[in-house]
Write a protein that binds this ligand. Structure first.
Ligand SMILES: *Cc1c(COP(=O)(O)O)cnc(C)c1O
Length: 393
């Protein structure tokens, strides 16, 4: 189990991003955390070691990443995993057969698939609900409900959940409140401030930020949850290798800088698109026209780099995503380079079509992960991709 030290806590976010969890290496004084590429550690004698026995259980490079992200989230304990999905799986195995989970209907497609196609076979039950209104989630709570799982903003429709209202409800009903904070990152949203019990990330996205590894992390404040997660982490063994931890750790050092730029660029692009007749709708919480803009201003410090546009049809969406040059057509998000995607056929292809339709995830929807390039270049790229599309009907 990895606990951040008290000295990590008094600093601001940018300082923590650079320093938390990292001491200069005692051997040579290396300023960056070494990559401890080892499976095991020499023991001083029977039952005597330096706190490290086997690398599935504990690795100093992984520990540095866990402490760093725990400090960024204002949490106490971090647990790194081999992917975001492995992190979500670990959190769900805090539950037992017969337990019920209330989950946002617009969560990451892989999260929905894990719940609906894998864990439901093992005796967990799930209700997928629109978490824009806390009351809708409250109505889904039954006697077996143990967990409330939400994403905000959601992928790709950028809908918000009211963290304070849901946190109060979860506390009232004794539910474990889990927030996937991948989209907002701790730079723009700190779910522990609103009563979350567990905050998790796909570190593949903004935390690493350079599209060169896959990973996940879970952060908690409570010691009892930390003890159980440490047990699950070592028992299941879905741990990341030290090099991937090192990459993620290098990524988090610049997280506050990068997020500010993602946010600036996305705001400019969203405002530009909002006035463009070739686009039917722009989903971005930073736009005053977003139906939950006021909530976004209340619970977020910025709006992030993700937005979605409604082009009107599959054919129009296809033309846009195949015509951009800087925005690369690819799955994933949160890297320094801009990406474009078609949720209905890519990230959300596993969500049943009827459910996609019911929540407004249309075939004409196009998702943008706005990178940190020059905004003028990004706008010019989208402009040429939208050319000849014509104003929608
Ligand atoms: C990508 C993503 C995940 C899954 O993470 P992986 O690292 O791809 O396993 C979970 N939640 C959200 C919001 C994501 O964007």
């Amino acid at each position: 189990m990895t606990r951040i030290t008290d000295r990590d806590l008094p600093f601001g976010l940018a300082t923590r991003a650079v320093h938390a969890g990292q001491e200069p290496d005692p051997l040579a004084g290396a300023v960056t955390q070494p990559i401890f590429q080892t499976s095991t550690y020499v023991q001083d004698g029977l039952g005597r070691n330096k706190g490290y026995d086997y690398a599935r259980t504990v690795n100093p490079t992984r520990q540095a990443l866990e402490r760093n992200v725990a400090a960024l989230e204002n949490g106490a304990h971090g647990f790194a995993f081999a992917s975001g999905m492995a992190a979500i799986h670990a959190v769900l195995t805090l539950l037992s057969a017969g337990d019920h989970v209330v989950c946002g209907e617009n969560v990451y497609g892989g999260t929905h698939r894990l719940m609906d196609r894998v864990l439901s076979r093992l005796g967990l039950t799930f209700s997928f609900v629109d978490t824009r209104e806390a009351d809708t989630a409250t109505r889904a709570v039954g006697p077996q409900t143990r967990m409330l799982f939400v994403e905000t903003p959601t992928n790709p429709l950028m809908r918000l959940a009211d963290l304070a209202a849901l946190g109060a409800m979860a506390a009232d009903r004794g539910l474990l409140f889990v927030v996937d904070n991948t989209f907002a990152t701790p730079v723009f949203q700190r779910p522990f401030d609103f009563g979350a019990d567990v905050v998790l990330h796909s570190t593949t996205k903004y935390l690493n930020g350079h599209s060169d590894m896959v990973g996940g992390i879970v952060v908690v404040r409570r010691d009892d949850l930390a003890e159980r997660l440490a047990f699950i982490q070592k028992s299941v063994g879905a741990v990341p290798g030290p090099f991937d931890c090192w990459l993620a750790l290098r990524g988090t050092k610049t997280l506050p800088l990068r997020m500010r730029r993602h946010d600036e660029n996305a705001r400019r692009i969203a405002e530009w698109l909002a006035h463009d007749r070739r686009v039917q709708a722009v989903h971005y919480p930073g736009l005053p026209s977003h139906p939950q803009h006021e909530l976004a201003c209340r619970q977020m410090r910025g709006f992030g780099g993700m937005l979605a546009i409604e082009t009107g049809s599959l054919e129009r969406a296809r033309r846009v995503v195949e015509r951009t040059r800087l925005f690369a057509l690819a799955e994933s998000l949160g890297g320094v380079e801009s990406l474009i995607g078609h949720p209905a056929s890519m990230t959300h292809a596993t969500v049943p079509p009827a459910m996609r339709e019911a929540m407004g995830l249309t075939d004409g929807l196009v998702r943008l992960s706005v990178g940190i390039e020059d905004p003028e270049d990004l706008i010019a790229d989208l402009d040429q991709a939208l050319t000849r599309l014509g104003a929608h009907g």
